[in-house]
Design a protein around this ligand. Structure first.
Ligand code: F3S
Length: 285
């Protein structure tokens, strides 16, 4: 059996930076302060469990942050609302900000344009922490659009120009489609494609591989939105696409008669998990 692993599979540079930053804090924590991450560091249960075992605690919401009096707070690559920075400053907590520069860029755009009176539209998943964070940088209430139906029914506030940005991990094709629907409404529109390169590259490569193999394995955490998107993209190209979190989820029987298998993984999947799947598929067939 031929096995093809996508070169772009796994940790993107933003996630890598965030994970390394936390391990570094653990090493340099001479004052033995408790290290907290604001939300689970990445969408990967294995990594989160390992950090927990090393004493890193997760703050689940603002209320939990409110109760803190000391410690180190790590802001993850998804970024946070502007008010969280203020809160951390007021509380005088040590902050390690690992917000991905691509996300920071979106914060800047929405803040600037909403200040200038634009209606902000974020193409993305309203419940995703990255989008929550982006919303928190708009000075006026933004509109979040995730599907065609929402794009069709979008009406801009009176007289307002529209600035459209995207969640960094959104599907590029879907983004283009939704922008096209909104563009037809005749508003004065500025579109900023803020999908990050890492995501675009990963999606393009996954699509290419999925179109050429008999089966495709997509590895990533259950709640990782970019892995879910990858799965959707691959499934369209290759009916036999399987979404797994780790090797344990893989049903080898499904791969038995396949001549060529492709492997890709989301931005928060560590290399060792990809390697483990790769090695086992190669060895078994
Ligand atoms: Fe950043 Fe893109 Fe990764 S936005 S965190 S490099 S998926």
């Amino acid at each position: 059996m031929e096995v093809r692993v996508a070169k772009s599979a796994g940790f993107c540079f933003g996630v890598k930076k965030a994970v390394e930053a936390v391990y570094q804090q653990l090493q340099n924590n001479t004052k033995h302060l408790t290290i907290y991450t604001y939300g689970p560091l990445i969408h990967n249960e294995e990594v989160v469990r390992d950090l927990e075992a090393k004493g890193v605690r997760v703050l689940n919401d603002e209320a939990e942050l409110e109760k803190l009096t000391e410690g180190i707070v790590v802001l993850r690559s998804h970024g946070v609302e502007k008010r969280i920075y203020k809160k951390l400053e007021e509380k005088n907590l040590k902050v390690v900000d690992t917000t991905c520069p691509f996300v920071k860029k979106i914060h800047q755009i929405v803040e600037e344009y909403s200040e200038e009176g634009y209606q902000i539209v974020v193409i993305g998943n309203d419940k995703h922490p990255e989008v929550e964070g982006i919303k928190g940088w708009c000075v006026t209430v933004p509109v979040i659009i995730e599907n065609e139906q929402q794009a069709e029914s979008f009406v801009a506030e009176k007289e307002k120009k529209v600035c459209i940005v995207s969640q960094t991990t959104f599907s590029y094709t879907k983004f283009k489609d939704l922008v096209e629907i909104i563009s037809k409404k005749g508003y004065d529109i500025i579109v900023r494609n803020t999908i990050c390169n890492a995501t675009e590259e990963r999606q393009t490569e996954a699509k290419q591989i999925a179109s050429e193999v008999d089966a495709m394995i997509v590895i990533g955490g259950k709640s990782s939105s970019n892995t879910q998107k990858l799965y959707e993209i691959c499934k369209k190209e290759c009916e036999n696409t399987y979404y797994i979190q780790t090797l344990v989820d893989l049903d080898f029987d499904l791969l038995k008669s396949m001549g060529c298998v492709g492997i890709t993984a989301g931005a928060s999947t560590p290399n060792n998990i990809i390697e483990e799947v790769h090695t086992n598929v190669r060895v078994k067939f």
